[in-house]
Ligand binder design. Structure first.
Ligand code: ADP
Ligand code: MG
Length: 920
């Protein structure tokens, strides 16, 4: 309720207002920042009727009066405005106005809470800084530019977000405005160091909402708060924020001016400019045009299919633009330069010489400026950040201090410092990874293993029966294995060799060495089919061999489908030592499978085996003399892990960095290269003259055999079996009706599948139609044609494996990859296979196409958490980190002397991985 101080105020009383007079009254009613309101009643035709509305904070009451807050500023402004007009000051108004005008000037800059969007939907009162000053165009421009302030008509002042407090303080100093002490306090409080324990791991526990910059940006209408948007983007802690490093930087001193763009048509370049205008989104043409200008010239930037960008860009915003310069000639007129769909980021008012540009997200509505302003605050409030990296390591590689690195990466003084800062952060990640691997290596080395004592009796007999001499690479690999297994500590070795390099022989020889010394061996494969094949091959090759005590060698198979009766017998014999080599799948890992004296485990195709399986195998080691129960009293068996998937150098140092590596870098002699061709069309089984079917006919006529691999269906064995079955039926009724066809897939029972495989091996089947079950291990040297249907669905490594089924004999072989490619990446994959049969080269191509992260697959996922480092690009740094790890762990194998570093490794890997690390 308002008390009228001054007689009858017109507009509330009902008396007619004289046309020629302005009536001024003051009433006790708060308005905006003022406690009292000035009511100015003006007739409809009065010259001041509209002019008074221009005064700061004026609102129209709808009944003939302007309402003004009674402040010093209004009083002064009103006095000026009313000069020369007839005014009737109603009781007390004169005194009240004079007192206000004569009052001491209040601070120009204050902290207030206001309603930011009068009447706006979801408007919430929030803290802002109010800035008041006598308007001049220069100040007005400055307050907008420096403080990103907006005019608030309710308040009659400029308002800036509290996150701009530093800018406001600077602006106030420049224009000699009076600061409210609350504003100074706010500035000081904003710079208070973040509360954490001074370690990077502590920063993982500090939510980004501790930052004023983030907190200040609350939800508005449909836009969620900055904290929510960042969370959606995956940035929740201050650590996340700091490790989200800029994608690139623009150096103000060397960016290309718009005027010079003509010389850069066709190039992808970076620009800095200010937005002049943002057009309307054109719904018909689905485009939005934005005019920018950098002071040298204007440029039109066009965005297609992105209506939301209308809200993102505002005239006056400074933006960084990154994209391709195009010249476009309209039907009439001269060519115009433009850019289409570039990366265009508001960079806020960042006066720094080097402007960082972050990987932002249109989906989460997080801009480079959001990230930069938050990171800047985080860096400013880092306080004391400890750096556990030993000084000598830092010096050796000229690494920056860690806190300095965070500062320079987000707010660099030069491009060179930005790059060094990034390197430091990447090094930290790589070192942590290497240390984790190193700790595991050292833990393995400290375990008690089996000292094997190979006599050469079995291996000698085996070699004598082998129809070929070993390759040099096989000899070298066996020498390494032998040295390893004779040691008292467990072997932990990776044997990598391209398809067909002869790993099986190495596996068999290793197993025989173990058996010679009186131990048992196990050979594991990832699938039932592979395990069966290996078992068959071993039984064949080892026939007639006997142990030192005269008993013939016993090789058994154990799979998930082994009959209960057989299984019971095998498990019993195994526990008594009656079986020398057990071949199987995961079924070997089941708890009740106990070995009497397990000494060596060979795992084929390691990439499908997890760390857990490895740990389970170790628990089956031979009991130590006088050993206790389960696990504790067991020696860890030696382990040889074979992989046909060539591992790029980076992966050998990282993902497999805890293993010793042997490479079979030589193929057995007499191999003929495989000619590979990609035919980008569907191969219809009904079309008898398709290239692939012609080739198969031609080769079969010469006595050779062929494989046809059916399209890959997700990872679903049942659907894959159906696809292969229908291809088999269609080919049998169509293009290959005159040939003998066989079918194998994972859903057949073992006997049926084995019968078909055996028939194919004996040459009684011409063409084997199959799913990827034949991907590895199958060995039929007479087969010379491989046709892969819908090849684009397979990955490089898989296709290389499948292709490796041919080219095993003395005849020239062919591989036809058919079907259209759906993406640029699949085109690149198929072309790579067409051009190379070198698995190592292909694995590098694969790494290029899929990025470093893909190396991990499901192995040790804790380590794939690299945010800054890139395993491929940073290979030299990976090597440095490896070398430093060796030095650090030398003489300190558990890193006991470096607790800070050790804690970081454990925290970075997470509880799970750390526990596994301790176990494996
Ligand atoms: P992978 O490394 O792909 O498992 P395999 O062990 O299946 O390779 O060997 C592929 C083929 O090469 C087999 O037919 C095998 O008998 C043959 N082979 C292995 N070693 C030699 C060798 N030293 N000389 C000739 N042929 C060999
Ligand atoms: Mg093999």
């Amino acid at each position: 309720t308002s008390t009228v101080l001054s007689g009858t105020a017109a507009g509330t009383g009902g008396q007619p207002v004289p046309l020629s007079t302005v009536e001024v009254a003051v009433r006790e009613q708060p308005l905006g920042p003022a406690q009292r309101t000035v009511v100015c009643t003006v007739g409809a035709a009065h010259p001041l009727r509209t002019a008074l509305g221009e005064l700061p904070g004026a609102t129209w009451d709808g009944q003939g009066s302007w309402l003004l807050p009674l402040t010093r500023r209004t009083a002064l402004a009103l006095r000026r405005a009313l000069t020369g007009h007839r005014v009737q000051l109603l009781g007390g108004a004169r005194e009240a106005l004079r007192a206000a005008a004569d009052s001491p000037a209040p601070p120009d800059v204050t902290v207030v809470a206001v309603d930011p969007a009068p009447g706006g939907e979801g408007a919430v009162a929030e803290q802002v800084i109010a800035i008041r000053f006598e308007h001049t165009p220069a100040l007005q421009a400055d307050v907008k530019r420096l403080c990103a302030a907006r005019w608030n008509s309710t308040e009659g002042c400029w308002v800036a977000g509290v996150d701009k407090v530093d800018d406001v303080v600077r602006f106030a100093a420049r224009h000699e405005l009076v600061l409210d002490p609350a504003v100074e306090a706010l500035a000081a409080q904003r710079d208070a160091p973040l509360r954490y324990d001074g370690t990077v791991d502590g920063l993982r526990g500090v939510p980004v909402t501790e930052l004023h910059t983030v907190r200040a940006r609350k939800a508005r209408g449909k836009t969620p708060s900055l904290a929510d948007r960042l969370a959606e983007f995956g940035v929740e802690s201050v650590y996340d924020l700091l490790m989200h490093v800029p994608l690139r930087y623009l150096d103000r001193s060397s960016v290309i001016p718009v005027r010079a763009l003509r010389e850069h048509v066709g190039e992808t370049i970076g620009l800095l400019a200010r937005i002049d205008s943002v057009g309307q989104y054109d719904r018909t043409k689905r485009l939005l045009r934005v005019q920018v200008n950098d002071g040298t010239a204007a440029l039109t930037v066009t965005f297609f299919n992105s209506p939301w960008l209308v809200r993102r860009y505002r005239p006056g915003d400074e933006v960084s633009i990154y994209g391709k310069v195009e010249a476009y000639t309209p039907r009439s007129g001269r060519p115009v330069l433009q850019m289409t769909n570039p990366l265009m980021d508001p960079i806020g008012d960042n006066p720094a010489p080097i402007v960082p540009v972050y990987n932002q997200s249109a989906k989460s509505n997080v801009t480079t400026w959001d990230l930069h302003s938050a990171a800047m605050e985080a860096v400013r409030r880092l306080g004391e950040l400890s750096d556990p990296l030993p000084g000598e390591v830092r010096e050796r590689h000229e690494l920056m201090d860690r806190a300095e690195a965070y500062r320079q990466v987000h707010h660099p003084d030069s491009l060179e410092l930005a790059a060094r800062a990034r390197d430091r952060l990447a090094f930290d990640e790589l070192l942590r990874m290497q240390i984790a691997l190193g700790l595991r290596r050292h833990a393995t080395a400290a375990e008690t293993g089996v000292s094997h004592a190979p006599t050469g009796e079995l291996t000698g007999a085996f070699l004598a029966a082998l129809p070929f001499p070993l390759t040099g690479a096989q000899e070298r690999a066996l020498a390494e294995v032998r040295t390893d297994i004779e040691r008292p500590h467990p072997m932990h070795r990776l044997l990598q060799g391209d398809v067909g390099s002869g790993k099986t022989v190495v596996a068999v020889m290793s197993l025989l060495m173990a058996v010679e010394g009186g131990y048992q061996g196990a050979l594991m494969a990832p699938t039932e089919i592979l395990a069966t094949q290996l078992h068959t091959e071993l039984v064949e090759r080892l026939e007639g061999l006997a142990r030192a005590d005269g008993r013939p060698l016993v090789v058994e198979f154990l799979g998930s489908k082994t009959r209960v009766k057989d299984r019971r017998r095998i498990v019993a014999e195994l526990a008594e030592g009656g079986i020398d080599v057990l071949v199987g799948t995961h079924a070997l890992l089941v708890e009740d499978v106990e070995f009497a004296r397990l000494g060596l485990v060979v795992v084929d195709e390691q990439h499908r085996f997890g760390v857990e399986q490895r740990a389970a195998l170790r628990a089956k080691g031979a009991p130590l003399p006088g050993g206790g129960p389960e696990g504790a009293g067991r020696s860890v068996p030696d382990m040889l892990i074979m992989t046909a998937t060539p591992i790029p150098r980076t992966a050998a140092l990282t993902v497999f960095g805890d293993l010793a590596v042997t490479v079979l870098d030589e193929l057995p002699p007499g191999r003929t290269p495989i000619a590979t061709r990609w035919i980008p069309e569907e191969m219809s089984p009904a079309d008898e003259h398709a290239e692939a079917w012609d080739l198969i006919h031609e080769q079969v006529a010469q006595g050779r055999q062929a494989y046809v691999v059916a399209s890959l269906v997700e990872d679903n064995e049942k659907l894959a079996a159906q696809a292969a079955t229908s291809l088999f039926e269609e080919l049998g009724a169509g293009a290959l009706a005159d040939l003998r066809l066989g079918l194998v897939h994972g859903k057949q029972d073992r006997a049926e599948r084995e019968a078909t495989m055996a028939a194919f091996k004996r040459g009684e089947v011409d063409v084997l139609v199959a799913t990827t079950v034949i991907e590895v291990g199958v060995n039929v040297p007479n087969a010379t044609v491989m046709v892969v249907v819908d090849a684009a669905r397979f990955g490089i490594a898989q296709l290389h494996q499948i292709r490796g089924r041919v080219g095993r004999g003395r005849w020239a072989s062919h591989c036809l990859l058919t079907g259209r490619a759906s993406s640029a990446d699949s085109v690149a994959r198929l072309q790579a296979l067409q051009e190379s049969t070198d698995g190592f080269h292909l694995s590098e191509v694969d790494l290029d196409l899929r990025g470093g992260g893909s190396l991990f697959g499901n192995r040790q996922s804790g380590q794939s958490d690299l945010r800054v480092a890139d395993l491929k690009a940073d290979l030299p740094m990976v090597q440095t980190a490896r070398a430093e790890t060796d030095l650090l762990l030398d003489g300190d194998p558990t890193l006991a002397r470096r607790p800070g570093l050790r804690a970081e490794v454990h925290n970075a890997l997470g509880e799970d991985a750390a526990e596994r690390l301790a176990r494996s």
